[in-house]
Every structure is written in C-alpha cells, then in structure tokens.
Design a protein around this ligand. Structure first.
Ligand code: ZN
Length: 138
C-alpha cells in the first residue's frame, strides 16, 4: 500500500462546536480572537444542526500553511469546547472520520452523509477565500 501524499490535502477545516448559551459565548470569543490573528475563511454560524455534524458549530477554513499556527492556538484556547480538525482531500468521508483529529471530546459525525470520493477538488471544496484581516500576533 502506498501512503497518501501530503499534496492530496487541499486545505483544512476546524469546526468549533458549542452546546447552550455559555458555550456559544465561548465559541464567539474564540471566533473573534481567531479573526484578529489568522488569515482564514470564517464560515457562517450554524445554530441549527447542519450536514454530518451533531452539534451547533461554525467552521474555520484555512490553507495548509496556516495549520502549524492555528491548530496549536486552538489547542490552548478552546476553553473546553470540542474542535474537529480535518483535511480536505477527495475523500470527504475519510477526512471527517478517519483522517481527522479532535481537540477535546470527540462528537458523533454522521458518515452516511459524506461521499466516499469526489471527482475534483472543485465539487465540494471551495478554494479558501480569507475573510479576516488579522492585526494581532497569535
Ligand atoms: Zn469541514
């Protein structure tokens, strides 16, 4: 078996989950701090369940070179929230369920909703379009 190539990883997502008003406030605090510090694409808030996710959350999409800054930052600033970090390759199912790492408690992911294989990087994976203007040092 040949190992996967790093080049298969197009980008990453971090999903920040919250449950209830207090955790939502923590999630908002994290979101603001991330926006001030990292060039990333912040996704919409999802207070209702969406996709394969089993809790409300928002997504942080980021380029491969941002990983060594933002992931350690989330490790030490997540304040108890669960964060799913997954690569984006052509295998969405495995990206979420096999190749992912969790900060904090792992939550359920509905793998049945995720394709095993997609044909091109364009069909599910949008290129990262940063929508933050970081001014602070992480
Ligand atoms: Zn994702």
């Amino acid at each position: 078996m040949q190992p996967h190539l790093l080049a298969e990883i197009d980008s990453y997502h971090a999903h920040v989950y919250f449950d209830g008003a207090a955790e939502r406030e923590t999630a908002a605090w994290i979101r603001e701090r991330v926006a001030e510090r990292f060039s990333v694409q912040l996704g919409r808030w999802h207070d209702a369940l969406v996709g394969p996710h089993s809790r409300p959350m928002y997504q942080i999409a980021f380029a491969v070179d941002v990983f060594p800054q933002i992931v350690p930052w989330l490790m030490i600033n997540r304040q108890g929230l669960s964060v799913l970090v997954h690569p984006n390759t052509l295998s969405p199912h495995d990206d979420h369920l096999v190749h992912a790492l969790w900060l904090g408690a792992a939550l359920a992911i509905n793998g049945a909703m995720l394709p095993r294989r997609i044909e091109t990087h364009d069909s599910l994976i949008d290129p990262i379009r940063p929508n933050t203007e970081p001014t602070l040092k992480a």
